[in-house]
Design a protein around this ligand. Sequence first.
Ligand SMILES: Nc1ncnc2c1ncn2[C@@H]1O[C@H](COP(=O)(O)OP(=O)(O)OP(=O)(O)O)[C@@H](O)[C@H]1O
Ligand SMILES: [Mg+2]
Length: 375
Amino acid sequence: MRHEAGVSATAPRLEVKGLTRSFDGRRVVDDVSFQVPAGQVTCLLGPSGCGKSTTLRLIAGVDRQDAGEIRVDGEIIADNQFHQPPERRPIGLMFQDFALFPHLTVAENVAFGLDGPLRRHRDRVHELLSRVDMTRFYEMHPHQLSGGEQQRVALARALAPRPRIMLMDEPFSGLDNRLRDEVRDATLDILREEGASVLLVTHEPDEAMRMADEIALMRGGRIVQRGAPYNIYNAPVDRAAAGFFSDINVIRGTSHGALTETPFGEFLTPGHPDNTEVEIVFRPQHLRIDFDRAGRGPNPTPTHGVPARGLVRRARFMGRESLVEFTMESDGSRLHAVVPGVFLPNPDTPLWLTVRRDQCFVFPVRRGEQAAPRG
Ligand SMILES: Nc1ncnc2c1ncn2[C@@H]1O[C@H](COP(=O)(O)OP(=O)(O)OP(=O)(O)O)[C@@H](O)[C@H]1O
Ligand SMILES: [Mg+2]
């Protein structure tokens, strides 16, 4: 590793700056910058094809960037002149197709990344296998293990050389739901015990929210927002960022003097010039349903605004919650609500709806954007 003057003890474990990679003239990774502090988990989250795996491959060193630099603990491992070969980088890899070597035993697989024969590494291999609760499989071969067990061996193998950084590309996607939660949590515990910093790639917001200290939201090769899961979920930068985490409701209007008139009364929409078309975006759990008490809705309040009436279009039972879709009487637009428990009103039932004002995001409508919200 090339040493540089001014390397700081507080440098992030992994730092990526201006990383760019094009294929056939198309920027697949476009000026990507982020950091992973020591002992933390950062998730690269984004839809299929947005450049997540390519970013990981550049950091691993199996591909070379066109521009940008990558540092580990402040030291350059790749820039436009220098390219440390993958096997010399203090980085462990765990990918979805993590293929164990079929002809090697579990123990031999784990020892594979360590210099010298297995007998020299028995203690470390034992320690790792007990950590992933797989010691009893020591002498077995991969084909004798279930998917989840193979995953745990792959984790032990990746951890064996004590990587400072673990890169994981959708590592849990081959597992069924129940097993996935279990393996995911166990993996996180082990990675924390080993002190490895983690960069995890996923296209599933739930997985990112569950695992990440910080999420870097990616779209079209760029990072559009970075932050703690709570902040990304509760302060999205735009409508697409809001819509990536859940279904959303969208009401459109035109801002006049920092106010926008809607069927739910006026919304505060400061910071938009007069006559800007804006979108008021909120998640289905913030559309509140009130019963139509003899045709009169609830009284307007500052937190919930003015009630508007919707007709039930359909209601679906989803287990712990129910999903109710409405057609608004005012303009025929569609809104949906997620309500806890079993609440299944009949189609065409009129119900009064209100919107939690403090849970709305307001964005200017971008030219060329479609009116129809997702879902
Ligand atoms: N070697 C390559 N040659 C040409 N195009 C490539 C190459 N590698 C990746 N791409 C293209 O770059 C884009 C991003 O690919 P990448 O694998 O990074 O996406 P991703 O975010 O990991 O998606 P997914 O969630 O589906 O795995 C895709 O359009 C892909 O076709
Ligand atoms: Mg990928």
